[in-house]
Design a protein around this ligand. Structure first.
Ligand code: SAM
Length: 281
């Protein structure tokens, strides 16, 4: 049992602070205050974060903590926290940890009995879900699919029968390819592409995957919300369908096999039922 209170003002704490996903004004008062108060801020890209910090007149010491140095930096940040420092992690946009650095340091801090606290705010996936018009619960937040196509197809195959809303992040140069992969694996689902959220050219494109693929120039930052798997309701009389296939030249066994796949029932059971049906006629 690990029970740590975030409100002990004397103790070290690691804050995971949300920053805007495009619109500089989407910064909470509390986030600004915390970033002013802490002993140090670690940012994914200090050049990006300087713009935000300047805007809010935050003069706290700033250092980098990104994908490529987090292995080395995590230990030194833990040492700083152990010495009693209060530290904030920010990423380029939205919540740290969510498809961004922060998970590793949060996990290590928890292991070391250091308080970890989220300062909530903007996050692209949840923001897109809210306005997508798709069922919000449950949902699966997937983040980025693999950049390698074969792996991406494998991932999509694993998601094929998930019957609730799926949230993906995608880069503009890969979106067409990903949509094609989705069309092949998931079928022509309803989707919502949320572009440039909170920015001047914010846009929601709602339609089918095929309709999205007809558009050129899908640019900017984007979240793709995909409708969950819906079981197709097949309204057929299986015996009549078997007869129909036989009349089209199928052998009886082949026809039964096809129809059993179509309505998702056991082939032997369907065979027995069909024989009984025929005997009654
Ligand atoms: N930590 C961020 C969050 O909480 O949403 C996500 C960071 S991830 C590296 C960046 C991806 O988030 C982008 O490639 C895009 O898919 C999505 N994203 C970020 N800002 C966005 C925006 N303004 N509009 C749409 N998608 C956005």
């Amino acid at each position: 049992m690990n029970r740590i209170r975030s409100y002990d003002r004397e103790k070290a704490i690691l804050y995971l602070v949300a920053t805007p996903i495009g619109n500089l004004l989407d910064m909470t008062y509390r986030a600004v205050n915390i970033l002013k108060e802490v002993d140090k801020i670690y940012a994914e890209d200090t050049r990006n974060s300087i713009v935000l910090l300047k805007h809010y007149e935050i003069n706290t010491k700033l250092e980098s903590y990104h994908e490529f140095n987090q292995e080395i930096k995590t230990d030194s940040i833990i040492e700083e926290l152990k010495s009693g420092m209060k530290i904030a992690i920010i990423s380029d946009a939205g919540l740290p940890v969510i498809s961004d650095p922060g998970y590793r340091i949060a996990k290590e801090a928890i292991k070391n009995d250091i308080a970890v606290s989220t300062i909530p705010g903007a996050s692209a996936g949840i923001s897109a879900l809210v306005s997508s018009g798709f069922s919000p619960s449950p949902y699966t937040f997937y983040g980025f699919l693999d950049s390698k196509e074969s792996k991406r197809i494998e991932e999509l195959n694993n998601l094929k029968y998930v019957d609730h809303t799926l949230i993906f992040y995608e880069a503009p140069h890969r979106i067409k390819n990903t949509l094609e992969n989705m069309l092949n694996v998931l079928g022509n689902r309803n989707v919502c592409l949320a572009r440039e959220l909170t920015k001047t050219y914010e846009e929601y494109l709602r339609g089918t995957i095929q309709e999205l693929l007809e558009l050129d120039n899908l640019k900017g930052e984007m979240v793709l919300i995909v409708d969950g798997y819906k079981e197709e309701k097949i309204d057929i009389n299986p015996f009549e369908k078997i007869d129909e296939l036989i009349s089209l030249g199928y052998k009886p066994n082949e026809a039964i096999k096809e129809v059993s796949k179509l309505i998702n029932v056991n082939r032997k059971e369907l065979y027995n039922d069909y024989v009984e049906y025929k005997n009654q006629r």
